[in-house]
Design a protein around this ligand. Sequence first.
Ligand code: HEM
Ligand SMILES: CC(C)=CCC/C(C)=C/CC/C(C)=C/COP(=O)(O)OP(=O)(O)O
Length: 309
Amino acid sequence: MGRGGIEMTTATLDARTLPAHWRDFLALTKPRVMTLVVFTGLCGLLAAPGGIHPILGFTTILCIALGAGAAGALNQWYEAEIDAQMKRTAGRPLPAGRMDRQSALHFGVGLSFFSVILLGLAANWLAAAILAVSILFYVIVYTMWLKPRTAQNIVIGGAAGAFPPVIGWAAVTGDVSALPVALFALIFFWTPPHFWALALFVKTDYAKAGIPMLPVVAGEVATRRQIWLYTAIMAAAAMAPVLLRLTGPIYGTVAFLGTALFAIFAFQVSVRRESDPEKMQPERRLFKYSILYLFLLFGAIVIDRWVFA
Ligand code: HEM
Ligand SMILES: CC(C)=CCC/C(C)=C/CC/C(C)=C/COP(=O)(O)OP(=O)(O)O
């Protein structure tokens, strides 16, 4: 075999030359994170008064999933070099060299337009406008602007992830009232403890990539204190629908017990002084529980509204 033959063999075995597989496009949408995003959107839709035709409901949820996935793809398009430096993200399609940036950009932009226009045509343009704002917020405000600049990045940028229940509600009712605003507030104040619990045990990754996440720039003690502070505000947001009589006893009970457990876990994390990621079991527990917590509270809202409608 001549020299060219060897080169061809090497090139053929190099993953970089293979066409991007559909699984990589799926990975661009951050499907695991987006399950909860879509679930909260679904709950916003199901909790809204009036009901919606099942096909329209399905289309709305599809649009939220596609829009959130598009935002995830644009985030990965923009952050390919940063992702390459972190263990947690180095295996993603772009840093691993399985896809070129142009494809990710086209996929993200195309899917963004498709999801917003389809939602506008199928449901209404208020819901579509909020979806467009969420995508722009996550990609431009959080990813491009705040994330590389300030440790408060996720506090403000996290608003993007709080919009889906509002989109679901708006798709049914054509407006936004007190309950969807309360659900927005719940996710908004939940995001800091959710993310900073994880940031504590992946701190070195962020430091390596030069991302000013709170534990990197303000230290672990300050981060633990802020987790506790935002948990207290989140607890108030979680109980607000009960105090405002927007929900009934099922949500009230689940929210009270679920939030009490969240507060216990967050308190344990806030008083610890451990900096070895290998020994951060309470921090991992808080992060994992934060996800279950939102599933529980949003599920309870829907059951409550259905039972006591
Ligand atoms: C700016 C706000 C947020 C930041 C910075 C953030 C960050 C993260 C990070 C870094 C992970 C680790 C998993 C990974 O991507 O490999 C994660 C996991 C997760 N996040 Fe968030 N998150 C945010 C908001 C949200 C929101 C709004 C939701 C849903 C409502 C959410 C749901 C989840 C879920 C379900 C997981 C677990 C995924 C798995 O099982 O691998 N996150 N988050
Ligand atoms: C409807 C709509 C547009 C929803 C968007 C939902 C949204 C903002 C979710 C945020 C969740 C998320 C993947 C954060 C990761 O942060 P990161 O990007 O800093 O994490 P990374 O380091 O894993 O890339």
